[in-house]
Design a protein around this ligand. Sequence first.
Ligand code: FES
Length: 271
Amino acid sequence: MHAKSSGPDGHTFERQITGIREGSTRFPRYDAAVLGFEGYWYPVMWSRKLRSKPVALQLFGRDIMFIREHGKAYALENRCPHRGVPLSLGKREFAGTWTCRYHGWTFDVKSGVLVAALTDGPDSPICGKASVRTYALKERLGLIWLYNGTGEPPPLETHLPQEFFHPEATIVGRITDRRGDWRYAAENGFDEGHAKYLHRNAAMMFFLLMPGYSRVNVEPDDEAPWVTRKVQSVEFESEYPGLGKWPRRAFWKRKRRGARVSIRMPGLLRV
Ligand code: FES
């Protein structure tokens, strides 16, 4: 199914929606979150990757430009309201502003308001009447966090997993672009069964015996707001009627218990 959904700023985005989403009504808010959930802070890039050059990203179906000036990071819609040119192609002509490459419209990086239209003269009447959207942004823990929403954002700390603040925590990671629906990636991380089959013969499992299956309950974790898979029982070898035993044992493998996996809004996974 090829669906269209409208962003809050009126842009229309097209997105391929396939498989189990079609016709699903069990979780309408989740099904509608094609471009992510609004009202949350998201980690979007490493702070160290944003230097003097702008970085253009597509997030939540929108084109967003990140720039750094005097050590402070800013995020603006990456589309000039004059003729639609990506602002990330522009340059800094004056402190605290960013200028579009095409006709020189110049925007305040903090408010997004047009402060000069260079090729229209210093007294251009368009000044103050046009603007680009700006985004709330914070830098914590070596990451740039962007607020996907409008209005006053909640404190960033309310959305940061407490594990990040553990005195012995080390924060490393890999940020990559993947084509596809973000929800399948989130669900794959929380999916109980696939590792027991798909990853059974992975190199890292050479000395480990995966269970054949587990019985789990999915329930709220003691540490809200996580939702956790709680393992009730684990079976390493079972008789399948008319088929035989599975999985087949290998004498060099020792049993491996499943991991405790939790998920929380807006798509964070904890293993
Ligand atoms: Fe940006 Fe004209 S398109 S100034």
